[in-house]
Design a protein. Structure first.
Lengths: 285, 257
């Protein structure tokens, strides 16, 4: 049953050094505040899983929290490179980063297989690609019925999933609307989970009847962190801050500007720093 | 004669390739501009799909990322990412995939992974994202890329997604039944695969561009079709719609929330 706690308590209880951690949110609802808390608590040697590492993993990698990254697209969307990710892969700074590289289809299938308690996922993929040559976790399997050769990858079974959602109720049932990404699958595939939310409500009120994606008994910890997805967005609350994604390109380009920004905006701050970005848009009707 | 940039010619030429009946898997950047120009111009019923799960989206501004709120708000519906890749892409429900890349070879194989050796890269690029499966599961592929000797290379450093492999019946040998790249649209010309060898050959040259300029910006010896067409200049309407779209987009992205 979900426990409603502070973000600091949730990270302390759920994330350990050396854990495999999946922080998901496909452009929408990226759990940035939780990422900052993991950095502040100084977690090390994490294996990070995420389809699109984005700014959140650029920050964790640059601060030396990660030893390994399992991913499928490591850029700053619409802007260019993730400079801290590149520095780690190209120069081993601040430490060597092992990479396990997949395609989006493989990652999505691997989460789904994890949620379904299967050991691997099969799909039509990677044909003619060099990725299987550099990633030994990509294998081929023959369909026992048709003989078709398919790609197989191991399921994702993270120690911890971390996601951000719009709302939870006081029991810890979790609601998401809009771009759904792979958050439901990531939480169901993981041993433990943290869900940060824009708000905890007494009652969800009028809602899409399919909007509760995770019942409280599938969730570990819930923490209210308004604005916690900034600079990504929360549908119905605040838009994606595209300007910040562009600014990040400059901030992260050099090691010293990156470290100065992280000190001022992460190490010396707390989850309340995200409150300034929180908004709630009026319902359309 | 209208005044326009090579980049605009490229986007407009790419947009013309989309039909009103197409279901198109759209990537960010140039593909997104071309696909939305088609929708706002000659193909109002084209179905645009972004890998964030948005089906039938009609954004008024171009998204910066693949999952901007604008895409979801203007979509017919939005499905999860596993469903997107399993039911919609792998399910064979998408007629056209629009791709770009950092490097391309004459068989339209693409590299978006690394420049140099994989384990000691000179440049670590973002990676494949959806491309490896888009390349095999969409009915056909349009590629949009600016030409230069650095990007149009004799040998790509890494095969991220397959085009026509080593040519000929490469795709069939892999058991792939989709067409693969049927059009490569650049800032200089349009290429289509040779029926036999599958090498991408120039079938249309943009106005004001010479064969020499195309060769100078290509790392392999370019083949030209027997009857090379001249790409029609951008119309006033195409340019107006594209520029309005770009201006709206710049305004929207400049505004910090």
């Amino acid at each position: 049953m979900a426990r409603i706690v502070s973000l600091a308590e949730a990270v302390k209880a759920a994330v350990r050094d050396g854990d495999t951690v999946a922080m998901e949110g496909f452009t929408h609802l990226i759990p940035h505040a939780a990422g900052h808390e993991i950095i502040r608590q100084g977690r090390k040697h994490l294996t990070l899983i995420r389809m699109t590492p984005d700014l959140i993993y650029d920050q964790l990698i640059g601060m030396g929290c990660a030893g390994k990254l399992i991913f499928s697209w490591g850029g700053n969307p619409g802007v260019g490179s993730l400079h801290r990710f590149r520095d780690a892969v190209e120069n081993g700074w601040p430490n060597r980063l092992e990479i396990v590289e997949h395609s989006h289809a493989a990652m999505a299938n691997a989460y789904e297989a994890g949620a379904a308690n299967l050991p691997f996922a099969a799909f039509r993929g990677y044909i003619g690609s060099d990725l299987p040559k550099v990633n030994p976790h990509i294998k081929r399997i023959t369909c026992p019925f048709t003989g078709e050769s398919l790609a197989a990858v191991p399921s994702h079974r993270p120690d911890v999933a971390v996601i951000h959602a719009q709302r939870a109720d006081r029991k810890g049932n979790v609601m998401i609307e809009g771009v759904l990404g792979v958050q439901k699958e990531a939480v169901l595939a993981s041993k433990r989970s943290i869900v940060t939310v824009e708000e905890i409500v007494d009652d969800f009120g009028p809602r899409n009847l399919n909007a509760v994606i995770l019942p409280s008994w599938t969730v570990g910890y819930v923490a209210e962190v308004p604005g916690g997805a900034f600079p990504s967005y929360a549908q119905g609350y605040y838009p994606r801050n595209n300007a910040f994604y562009k600014e990040w390109d400059e901030i992260a380009r050099e090691r010293d500007t990156f470290l100065a920004w992280m000190k001022a905006n992460v190490l010396e701050k707390g989850p309340d720093a995200f409150r300034q970005y929180a908004r709630k848009l009026e319902a359309a009707e | 004669m209208a005044d326009y940039k090579p980049n605009e010619m490229m986007t407009i030429a790419a947009s013309r390739a989309l039909k009103d009946t197409d279901v198109c898997f759209v990537g960010i950047g140039q593909p997104s501009a071309a696909a939305n120009l088609a929708r706002l111009n000659h193909a109002p019923n084209v179905t645009l799909i972004y890998e964030s799960g948005t089906l039938g989206t009609k954004p008024s501004v171009l998204p910066l990322s693949i999952g901007d709120g604008e895409l979801c708000e203007t979509a017919l519906t939005t499905v999860s990412v596993p469903e997107m890749f399993r039911y919609w892409l792998q399910g064979g429900r998408i007629s056209v995939g629009f791709l770009g890349g950092a490097q391309i070879d004459k068989y339209a194989n693409l590299n978006t992974t690394v420049v140099g050796d994989y384990n000691k890269p000179k440049v670590r690029l973002p990676g494949g994202g959806g491309a490896p499966e888009i390349a095999i599961s969409c009915g056909e592929i349009f590629i949009i890329m600016k030409q230069s000797k650095r990007s149009f290379v004799n040998k790509i450093d890494f095969f991220t997604s397959i085009g026509h492999g080593s040519g000929g019946d490469s795709r069939e040998k892999f058991g792939v039944r989709t067409k693969g790249p049927t059009r490569l649209i650049t800032d200089l010309a349009i290429y289509e695969p040779d029926a036999e060898t599958k090498e991408m050959v120039v079938t249309s040259i943009h106005p004001g561009v010479t064969r020499e300029a195309i060769q100078e910006n290509t790392g392999w010896t370019v083949r030209f079709a027997n009857d090379v067409a001249r790409t029609a200049e951008p119309t006033k309407q195409e340019l107006e719609i594209l520029r309005d779209l770009n201006a709206r987009t710049a305004r929207a992205h400049g505004e910090a929330a």
